[in-house]
Ligand binder design. Structure first.
Ligand code: GLC
Length: 487
């Protein structure tokens, strides 16, 4: 018998990627599938990914096979859902389409209600898929608010559908503040009234994420530290008391990194490939950047970088303000990202203020991102909160030392430099204030001038195994524990 897992996400690489969720939903099911196909005897995990057939995927000319259609019930009648199928390295992938998805709207629209209709329909359609495929779902794994409705609906509908009778649910939590506010009408149009539960505060009873958190059999945050942080007022988004009632089913599993795509030994996008054994060659990448950006060509000036979405979550403003405290020290900085206009303006303003040493590139540029990881000395990641974070793992793998806020996955992945170097890999600061950031960066800048010390930090980071296998194994353990099955 197989252990069947239906994995729901709003986005997944290589089909569509907007943010970190796309990386995870692209890599995690694929890795679980890979591990599972190597199992010789006994049960295997049959994991299948389901995505909305977004307009943006169709635009790429991608043509999956049409398998058929079925109806999704709403209070107004039945809405047709078309099922398409494809695969990614052997992993079966389904794309669901229907009027609420077929809109020529972006993956995430600016209007909550449009997103509401799209993702509520998608979540219910994903449950309908079990019946359509004649496929018993042992585990339903939803991700973030977009697909959390499936967990709420599962509680309400499962008894009528034999394929879902024994289904256990997991909600993987990537970002608590995005709860799916403003989609209540969409829920009620699909006959999903607000929950009657007392444990959720009233304001949260009609938003998909809190509903999913309430009814999931297991909640997995994307890092162990974030799983603890959300039980505190600073990170709990008003749900601390409720989340405490779910403590027993709340855990954290650290995301992994695509170590093939992000490998300084083979990366085709960087000027000079290198490894921890040929670290001196890394300098070619720094010189390349200094040349490209018309910065003073000196190996002894530390080159700082930010590669980030410019979103308040990422705390870019904290770093930009903090750099002013260190104007008397020698450093250069290249900032890459796009997003909130006021943060983009701040980055531009810093370049105007320090034309001889700051460059701000307001765009999304994948090749430049690779080159920055490979060539800069210090990676700045001052996030206000960071459920897991990927860039700090990439930067360490590329020998670029992170200076980051001590929050979420940053705490689980970066080992702070204390008195002795031991296994340290970077610098963490506690409070999200520019002055605190600046004093931590100042410490890093002074260590940069001790080459042996610095090289050891780089090697420590480059040695860490961030690959997806460990996370995938941890998820398989959760599947086993929830179903009582042995694999
Ligand atoms: C969200 C979080 C980020 C995490 C990603 C993938 O984008 O903000 O910290 O790495 O999801 O789980």
């Amino acid at each position: 018998m197989t252990l069947n897992v239906l994995f729901l996400a709003a986005e997944a690489e290589p089909f569509i990627k907007i943010g970190g969720l796309g990386d995870v939903a692209g890599a995690l099911p694929e890795t679980i599938h890979k591990i599972s196909s190597k199992i010789q005897t006994g049960e295997i995990v049959d994991i299948r990914l389901v995505l909305p057939f977004h307009f943006a995927i169709k635009q790429k000319g991608f043509k999956p096979e049409l398998l058929g259609k079925f109806g999704v019930k709403s209070c107004q009648g039945v809405i047709e859902c078309k099922v398409y199928c494809s695969e990614n390295s052997g992993l079966p992938v389904y794309f669901l389409d229907g009027d609420p998805i077929d809109e020529k709207s972006p993956v995430y629209s600016r209007e909550p209600i449009l997103d509401g209709y799209k993702f509520v329909f998608f979540s219910l359609a994903a449950l309908g898929l079990a019946d359509f495929l004649n496929w018993r779902v042992d585990i339903l794994q939803a991700n973030d608010w977009h697909t959390a409705t499936a967990i709420y609906a599962l509680k309400k509908l499962s008894k009528n559908v034999s394929f879902l009778e024994k289904t256990k649910s997991i909600l993987t939590l990537h970002n608590l503040p995005y709860m799916g506010f403003g989609v209540q009408q969409a829920l009620s149009d699909y006959c999903l009234p607000p929950a009657k539960t007392e444990s959720l505060p009233e304001w949260a009873r009609h938003s998909p994420l809190p509903l999913g958190l309430r009814y999931a059999d297991q909640i997995i945050a994307v890092s162990p530290h974030y799983a603890k942080e959300i039980l505190t007022p600073e990170f709990g988004c008003g749900l601390v008391d409720f989340l405490k009632t779910r403590r027993k089913v709340l855990d954290g599993i650290l995301n992994g990194l695509d170590t093939e795509k992000w490998d300084p030994e083979t990366d085709p996008l960087i000027a000079q490939q290198f490894s921890k054994n040929t670290l001196s060659q890394r300098l070619v990448n720094k010189r390349f950047l200094q040349h490209q950006f018309k910065l003073e060509k000196r190996d002894d000036i530390p080159l700082l970088t930010i590669v980030s979405r410019m979103d308040p979550q990422k705390g870019i403003d904290i770093a930009l303000r903090g750099l002013n405290y260190l104007k008397d020290l020698s450093w250069q900085a290249i900032i890459l990202g796009t997003g909130t206009p006021s943060i983009e303006d701040m980055a531009k303003a810093l370049e105007n203020q320090y034309p001889d040493r700051v460059r701000s590139v307001i765009s999304f540029d994948n090749s430049l991102a690779h080159q920055l990881y490979a060539g800069a000395d210090i990676f700045l990641m001052p996030s206000r909160y960071e459920p897991c974070g990927l860039s700090q793992m990439i930067s360490m793998r590329y020998g670029c030392i992170p200076v980051a806020r001590a929050t979420g996955g940053l705490v689980d992945t970066i080992k702070h430099v204390s008195h002795k170097i031991n296994g340290s890999t970077g610098y963490l600061f506690e409070k999200p204030y520019p002055s605190v950031f600046a004093s931590t960066l100042q410490r890093a800048l002074s260590h940069f001038h001790k080459p042996d010390f610095w090289q050891q930090l780089q090697i420590n980071g480059m040695k860490i195994d961030f690959s997806w296998e460990k996370s995938a194994q941890d998820y398989i353990e959760v599947y086993k524990a929830l179903t009582g099955r042995k694999i």
